[in-house]
Ligand binder design. Structure first.
Ligand code: NAD
Ligand code: ZN
Length: 360
């Protein structure tokens, strides 16, 4: 048995208003006045002076607004990298992502691809990246994915929706300022928050579970329950606590894996463009047989917060569409092995998955 030696986020700032310290964090990392910082910012913040007015631009530093309407694609990353290389006199001093999981993943992928040749699609998988990424900073504005702490950046490529999992993926610096999440719409708060909840359930009920993952998973689950079931906190406290739940949930899956909901949700995402948070909710809602307690509590939370999930999203799909989703889902072998053990192929057949997708 050989144990994995994982890198972690090197530096972290936590606190309401800590975003104001961005300049003092970045300036020592500027390699040259011709080597700018590139801020990749969710376009939802365009024109929002409260946030963008605090981005410390100097010299050739640039803001690039990116939409989170669709999840990141390898082609999008390749274009962004080309644009950045063409537009800057020297390789950038760093990439700073400000937004949700979508934007954080774009920032991670761009920072890798600035230093690695070819297309980002060539690096989807595990440990395929050869050269270290450039300095990159993650500043989440919505909580739940754990993308701020994880060792992956999830991209949709020509063949698969699959992460670039590598030692060069984690951020060098993260700024956790819960105040930045204040404008998140209620439904989205629930969907992305449930991503964290589902990370906990899949990690804690997985065969890969170990004391490391359990310690983080249990803490994240406790916080999710306090926020989504028990209403234990004021609005501001809940923002703080959900940001920490996201962090712990991400740490929990770092040393284990996610499971059935994520595998099947990636299939939906690949074929239909269903986004991660809502896609996980749509799938998880039908997974009683795998996670009975987790799904029961999920339904309770959904009810409590008046969330109505889309239904019938697989109606009218062709056999080849189902095949596409099933191929994506089944390609994620470590997720199935975590969920069901080494012999998962005995119970998870293509027909089984088709039956589940048809319910959604
Ligand atoms: P998101 O980044 O897709 O954003 C969801 C919506 O919320 C968008 O419309 C966005 O504009 C909006 N939004 C974000 N912050 C806001 C704010 N403060 N105020 C108002 N609106 C705001 O959401 P997400 O759920 O955080 O991220 C999903 C993505 O994360 C997917 O692409 C998924 O693949 C990825 N993901 C990555 C990892 C990882 O470890 N790398 C883990 C899980 C999910
Ligand atoms: Zn997730």
């Amino acid at each position: 048995m050989s144990y994995k030696n994982y890198p972690m986020v090197a530096r972290i700032v936590f606190g309401r208003g800590s975003f104001n310290q961005l300049e003092e964090l970045l300036e020592p990392k500027r390699s040259h006045i011709d080597a700018p910082f590139i801020f990749i910012v969710d376009s939802v913040f365009k024109g929002n002076a409260w946030l963008t007015g605090r981005i410390p631009l100097k010299y050739d530093d640039k803001i690039i607004y990116a939409s989170a309407d669709e999840e990141p694609k390898t082609s999008q990353i390749d274009e962004l990298v080309e644009q950045i290389i063409l537009d800057t006199k020297q390789k950038p001093s760093g990439i700073i992502g400000i937004g949700g999981g979508t934007i954080l993943d774009i920032a991670k992928a761009v920072s890798i691809m600035i230093k690695n040749p070819g297309s980002s699609s060539e690096y989807q998988g595990w440990d395929l990246v050869k050269n270290p990424s450039i300095y990159h900073v993650g500043i989440p504005t919505i909580s739940g994915t754990g993308a701020e702490v994880s060792r992956t950046t999830v991209l949709t490529g020509p063949k698969l929706k699959l992460g670039i999992n590598s030692d060069y993926t984690p951020f060098d610096q993260v700024v956790l300022d819960p105040e930045l999440t204040k404008g998140v719409p209620k439904d989205q708060w629930f969907y992305t928050g449930m991503d964290c909840y589902i990370h906990c359930i899949e990690s804690l009920n997985g065969t890969f579970l170990n004391a490391f993952s359990q310690s983080y998973g249990e803490k994240a689950l406790e916080l999710c329950k306090a926020i989504f079931v028990e209403d234990k906190y004021t609005t501001e406290e809940a923002q703080d606590q959900l940001m920490m739940a996201s962090w712990h949930g991400g740490m929990s899956i770092a040393y284990s894996q996610v499971g059935v909901a994520h595998a099947m949700s990636y299939g939906l995402g690949y074929l239909l463009g269903t986004k991660h948070g809502i896609g996980n909710c749509i799938v998880f809602n039908h997974l009683e047989e795998f996670y009975p307690e987790g799904v029961a509590l999920f339904k309770q939370m959904k009810e409590k917060h008046n969330i109505t999930l889309p239904q019938g999203i697989c109606n009218g799909l062709s056999d080849s569409d189902f095949d596409t989703m099933i191929n994506v889902a089944l390609s994620l072998e470590p997720l199935w092995e975590n969920a069901l053990g080494k012999n998962w192929k005995k119970t998870i057949t293509r027909e089984k998955l088709k039956g589940l997708y048809k319910k959604m």
